[in-house]
Design a protein around this ligand. Sequence first.
Ligand code: SF4
Length: 186
Amino acid sequence: MIQQQEDGDRRLIACAPGCQSCCVVNVSITLLEGISITRFLRSLDSDLVAQITSRLDQLWRDVRGLDDEERLFARRKCAFLDDQGCCLIYPVRPIFCRSISSTDVELCRAAVTGPVFGELHPVMMHQFQLQLYKILFLGVADGLALAGLDGRSFQLCGLVRYLLNYPNREVELLTESSLSWDEIYP
Ligand code: SF4
């Protein structure tokens, strides 16, 4: 169930730094987002990147192949959260993450944790923001496909982990080749 709000009204958005309640779900990204995030990570301190890479390896082992419900049950936090519960890749965070904006903190937490206890709670979110970023995501995917590139969506941790480990693939993926599932799921 979705709460309806006036378009563009951001006053009711309850999201705040350190919340991280929703950072336990499957996040889908396009190839371009994966490359953007990977380039951003390479600009960070090398020790921090090593920590993130290690977390990505562990997370990918734990969640790869899980559907959305199974991922919720797994309660595994995103590899890009810092110790304060803030997003380390905030300037280049996925379109999916930008699309979700809670209008009620407690209901948001209940919606994320409820399924584990067999309870379903409504997700109250800002509708304009949700629709805007949905359209953007589909537009990016379509644009990639029209350009003859890989327009599929990938799991955030799987794709970024792969691109960090195989930097030479970036240029190939931006020109002609597509990722095989065997590369992502070794
Ligand atoms: S990328 Fe950032 S906002 Fe998105 S799930 Fe991970 S920590 Fe949360």
